[in-house]
Design a protein. Structure first.
Length: 202
């Protein structure tokens, strides 16, 4: 025998009663509450997506700027190394030759010419060495040779000063005790100058 149960009034209806959901919205079922919680786990909104993309773009721009600064520093360092190497090689070569100079014949206008004697022998042989600037190169010729080799590039200035034993500048080669050389180097936007003095063998 089946007994049909009558539904009680809404005032005594428990919160889990499905038949009262439509009449009593304040006491929904567990399923209704779970369905409400599902809305909190929805995907990103358009604003959130735009903000995320903007943040990623800002990070990429910052990384690009850091990389550009590093590359620029590396290029500048490479140019500085070229200038220093060129100046060092040229100065070492000139000061080495000047130490054996026995007579100076030219020392102005971006040129330095002198006679040297490396080995004293019966023939008393000498070499005439001439350093001069042409364009942005510094050249060394021996005994008037044609097409002398370039010993330095990026040369912007080649200045020679004769100094007496007291360190005073002089235009008289006979009174010179040393030669002061100033090299100005330029490579792009980088530039510097180096000065060196070498005593004569006179």
């Amino acid at each position: 025998m089946m007994i049909e149960m009558q539904h009680p009034s809404c005032h005594s209806c428990p919160s889990y009663c499905h038949s009262c959901e439509s009449r009593n919205p304040t006491t929904g079922s567990m399923d209704a509450r779970f369905r409400g919680n599902d809305n909190s786990r929805r995907g990103m909104t358009l604003i959130e997506a735009v903000l995320s993309l903007a943040l990623i773009a800002l990070i990429l721009v910052s990384l690009t700027n850091v990389l550009n600064v590093s590359l620029k520093a590396w290029r500048l360092s490479g140019r500085d190394d070229d200038l220093i190497q060129n100046a060092r090689v040229a100065m070492e070569r000139m000061t080495s030759d000047i130490r054996y100079a026995v007579a100076i014949s030219e020392f102005s206008g971006g040129a330095l010419e002198f006679s040297t004697r490396y080995v004293e022998d019966e023939d008393d042989q000498t070499e005439v060495i001439r350093y001069y600037k042409s364009g942005s190169g510094l050249y060394r010729s021996v005994d008037g040779e044609e097409n002398p080799p370039e010993i330095a590039e990026y040369v912007d200035a080649f200045d020679i000063t004769l100094l007496t034993s007291a360190g005073q500048a002089t235009s008289d080669a006979d009174q010179a005790a040393s030669v002061e050389i100033n090299l100005g180097m330029v490579n792009g936007s980088d530039s510097f100058s180096v000065t060196s003095a070498s005593h004569l063998r006179l």
